[in-house]
Structures are given as C-alpha cells and as structure tokens.
Ligand binder design. Structure first.
Ligand code: CTP
Length: 398
C-alpha cells in the first residue's frame, strides 16, 4: 500500500523520536518516498543527519536555512505529500493542529496539505490523560485526521501507563490498513478479460485477431490501483501487468469461457474487454495439414458468446460491462449488445476513429449505461481511458 507514496514524516520533541529512525527505514523498505520535517524541539532528540541518511532525502527543520540560503516552500511540500505522518506528535504540536497555530515548518505544511494526516502521539501518562489533550485529540479527529493510539508501558518519566508511541511496525500496519480501506474498490472482486483468443486449425496454425490486450491490461491495473481484488483472464499477449493481481492465461474462446464461468458467481464486477473469436474450426486436425490442393475450405462453428452467457446468470448485485467494437452503425449495435447481453454498461470503440481500437496506445470510447445515457470521450491514452471506465463503474456502485 505504501509503494511509491510520497510521505512527509513530521518528528516532534519527544524521546520517542528515536523510533522515527526505525520508522523511516520501514517506510523506505515499503517503497515510499520520505521527506522528514523536524520541529525545532524534535531536532534536540534526533539528528537531521540520521534521518537524512535513512530517508535518502534532505531533512527540513526550518523555513529558511541561513547557511545555505534555501527557503523551504511549505505549500509545495504539503501538495507533494500523499500522506502526512507525524510520529511522534507531542502534546504541544497536537494543540497547534487543533487550533491552527503554525509557527514552524511542520505546522505550516500541515495547514497547506490536502492529503490524509496520521498522528502517533507520545507523551507522559498524565499529559495524555489531560482533558486539554483529549479535547485536542477529538478536535483534530473531527477535522478528519487519524490517530494512531499510544500504547501502555513504562514511560520515560518512570511512570507506567498510556502514552508510549505505537511501535514503528504497528504504525506501518495501521497505515497499510487505513489506506486499503479508503480505496474506492476495496473489498470488491473484479474479473477482467483481455487480449485475443487463438482458435487452433492444426498443431501449428490458428485463427486469431489483432487485439494487443493493452486496453484490458490497463483496466486491470487501474482496478487494482483502486483497491479491487482483480482476476485477469488473458488471451495470448505480450502485455505485463503492473499491479498485483491474479492472472489466468488462456488460449481459446472455450478456455476463456471455462475460466470465466468458474469464477463469475463470486465477482462483484466483470469487464469483458477481450476480443473473443466468434467462430472456430469445427475440427482441429491432429497433425499439420499438408499443402495439397489449390484451395482449402475450413468449416467453422460458432463459439459460445461468453458475455451473453454471463449476462444470463447475472445477479442483481453484480455489475457486468461489455465492449462493442464496430465499424458501422456503431450506436445501434452497442445499444443492442447492452440489451441482448443483459449488461450494466457497454463501452463502444469504433474502428472509424483513427487511433482507436487494436494495438494503438490510445483509444476513443463512448459509454452507454443501462438507462441508455451516452457519454462521449476524447481520444486518450488507454491508461486514461481505463480511468474513465472505472469512474463510470464507480458511479453505478454509488
Ligand atoms: N464476446 C464474448 N464472447 C464471444 C464474443 C464476444 O464474450 N464469443 C464479448 C466481447 O468480449 C465484448 C462483447 O462480447 O465484450 C462484444 O464483442 P463484439 O466482438 O463487439 O461483438 P459480438 O457480440 O461478437 O458481435 P459482432 O461480432 O457480430 O459485432
């Protein structure tokens, strides 16, 4: 969950600041980009050098560095961050967040940022229990900030009780869990089909099509990025997935049918992006067909329409999305497929649009929903088209 996330780690004046070094290591290990901001008091507990070395980035301690003449832009830093984690946060900084005081770089970045903010308090037992601190905690929670509760244990004062900053590992799993649950498709099971199918003629030949699989792979990646648990059923293609998902490779329309029908009932959302063969050779020769007569007639038979098959068994809480690739009378054919195959949405590609369809990195789509409302999109990269399709699906889910 933390991979490639831009994280600002704020470190305040508390003995728990020594744990920030471990925290930075774990965050870097998880693939996050870390920039550390130390409050002036924080810098009394842990050195910028330690945190800069571990985070592989300069550490910010003030707006203006008199030695280098560098001014740290709090607005830029705030907007850079995907999330802000203040660990440890002291009672003092907590009070500042609650009231809007911004007298140092960290509090100014906090006020400038638009991203989620997590705080891990660390203070002595009675400071933590104090009504002012608890009021401040509730106040910043009401702003949408998330509190990583301190644990019980022996405190720096020698007292025993609540106030110890959560351990770095606990903080990481808190972030992981919170990020997962904030994703719009978290908990949703999604199936995507992609690529062509190959229908064997004999052991060395097949009937195929020009589908590259790019659109289906872009969709699967985007759905996974939105938190869905994605199963990608892929025909023969050179594409590689970028996100973590389950991939099932198939060759023929029959194999795709088997893979789809075996898991369809568990799916919340199914998107059939593959270019499935409509016909296949009726008989597959066991041995290579030798060159003999001047012409060869192959008898073809219809494959099963997978999308229509799934549409028949679709339950009310399942979303089924189909594609329609057309060369003429596009809108009518797309609307026809929506109704005949019992779809919630159909994505129309027209081969008349230059830069749309097979192989290219771009696509131009029109989406029809169940109410036959139509949205026409501009030509975009397939990654951007995948985002548009996912946005339309999220609208259905609302
Ligand atoms: N499809 C399918 N199984 C098939 C053929 C198509 O699941 N045997 C799905 C495709 O994945 C796509 C949709 O049906 O989501 C429409 O595919 P398309 O090729 O545009 O249309 P067809 O229904 O096959 O009809 P036609 O070829 O006559 O346009």
């Amino acid at each position: 969950m933390l991979k490639n996330k831009n994280i600002i780690l704020g470190v305040c004046g508390s003995i728990a600041a020594y744990k920030s070094a471990f925290l930075v290591r774990l965050l870097v290990k998880a693939g996050a980009n870390i920039k550390v901001i130390l409050t002036p008091d924080g810098a009394n507990f842990i050195t910028p050098l330690t945190l800069a070395t571990l985070s592989k980035n300069p550490v910010y301690t003030q707006y203006f560095d008199e030695e280098t003449g560098v001014w740290s832009n709090h607005v830029e830093l705030g907007l850079w961050a995907d999330l802000i984690l203040i660990a440890p946060i002291s009672a003092n900084t907590l009070a500042k967040l609650a009231t809007g005081i911004c007298d140092n770089l960290l509090t100014a970045v906090y006020l400038s940022a638009k991203c989620p903010v997590y705080v891990a308090p660390a203070m002595d037992l009675d400071m933590w229990k104090h009504e002012t601190t608890q009021t401040n905690i509730h106040q910043i929670q009401s702003f949408g900030n998330l509190i990583i509760e301190p644990g019980d244990g022996e405190l720096a004062s020698g007292l025993y009780g609540a106030g110890r900053m959560a351990e770095p590992e606990e903080i990481i799993s808190f972030l992981d869990h919170a990020i997962k649950h904030s994703m719009p498709l978290y908990g949703k099971k999604v199936m995507v089909t992609a690529g062509p199918t190959y229908e064997a003629i004999d052991p060395v030949r097949f009937i195929g099509n020009h589908s590259s699989g790019k659109m289906g792979f872009a969709l699967a990646d985007e759905l996974a990025r939105l938190g869905a648990s994605v199963t990608l059923i892929a025909g023969p293609t050179a594409q590689k997935e970028n996100q973590i998902l389950t991939r099932i490779d198939i060759l023929s329309a029959q194999e795709m049918l088997n893979a789809c029908t075996s898991i369809f009932s568990e799916m919340d959302i199914t998107i059939m992006c593959a270019a499935v063969a409509d016909y296949r050779p009726k008989v597959i020769a066991n041995q290579k067909i030798k060159k003999q007569a001047d012409s060869l007639v192959l008898e073809l038979e219809k494959t099963v329409d997978i999308l229509a098959t799934l549409g028949k068994s679709k339950k009310a809480n399942q979303i089924l999305v189909g594609f329609a690739l057309e060369t003429h009378d596009e809108e009518n054919y797309a609307k026809g497929k929506l109704a005949q195959k019992n779809l919630d949405m159909v994505v129309l590609n027209s081969l008349n649009d230059k830069g749309a369809g097979f192989k290219s990195d771009t696509n131009k789509i029109t989406i029809f929903n169940k109410a036959l409302e139509c949205t026409v999109f501009e030509m975009k990269s397939k990654t951007a088209v995948a985002k548009d399709i996912c946005t339309a699906i999220l609208k259905i889910l609302k």
